[in-house]
Design a protein. Structure first.
Length: 232
């Protein structure tokens, strides 16, 4: 038979061990039951716009307390050689462009995906603005000063800069969903937009109003494409 003091000590150790076991089981249960924190922000790049020398980075953020709504802000950088993709006339070898833009969209998820945030069928709409500087050459008469001090005129290529300012708005329907690659998202969209353009140049008319894809086009157009995104 164990002494009374030893018996009390064993009882205390059993009680302490049982308490620690219960605490560990409770903590494990809470850890297993806690849902993963939803990703409520995305960073996306447009897959097609670089073909037109436009580099766009979109930041989409879910509105707090409104899981079906988000705001998207897209800074845009334009830089590089003008390509034949955007123009109906022959592009010059040294024809270049640079500029910037900004687009703000409100997005409503009409049929949201219950398994992920910022996913499902959506409607997005909002304004946009771009400012572009186009550099090209065109033949014309220019006044030159000879070594003897006399002024004369010469016909040939002259450097021109055309500044284009574009104001507009778009409305698109699309579908956005995560892939089975962790945080990777795909965003497909199709819609309609309207763009008003103004230009300033020493050349008498705009060189960039040859078609729907040209930089100086004014009127209705159809934005379409897809974006690749990563949740934050």
């Amino acid at each position: 038979m164990l002494p009374l003091r030893t018996h009390h000590t064993l009882v205390r150790w059993h009680t302490l061990g049982a308490g620690l076991l219960l605490l560990s089981m409770s903590a494990a249960a809470q850890t297993q039951e806690a849902p993963p924190r939803p990703h409520t922000a995305l960073l996306k790049v447009n897959a097609f716009q670089p073909l037109a020398r436009s580099y766009q980075l979109e930041f989409e953020k879910q509105l707090p307390g409104h899981p079906k709504h988000s705001l998207s802000l897209t800074p845009q950088l334009y830089r590089g050689r003008v390509t034949q993709l955007t123009s109906d006339h022959e592009v010059q070898p040294d024809e270049r462009m640079r500029g910037w833009g900004l687009e703000l969209l409100h997005r409503t998820y009409l049929i949201p995906n219950t398994d992920a945030a910022l996913a499902g069928f959506y409607l997005a709409y909002g304004p946009q603005y771009q400012r572009l500087e186009m550099q090209f050459k065109a033949n014309g008469w220019q006044q030159l000063l000879a070594n003897d001090g006399l002024t004369y005129y010469q016909y040939g290529p002259i450097d021109y800069t055309e500044t284009i300012r574009r104001y507009g708005a778009t409305a698109v329907l699309g579908y956005q969903s995560p892939l089975d690659l962790g945080r990777v998202y795909l965003d497909f969209y199709l819609g309609i937009g309207y763009r008003n353009t103004q230009f300033t140049s020493a050349f008498p008319k705009s060189r960039y109003r040859t078609g729907l894809l040209d930089y100086g086009y004014q009127g209705f157009y159809m934005p379409a494409g897809f974006k690749i995104g990563f949740s934050l």
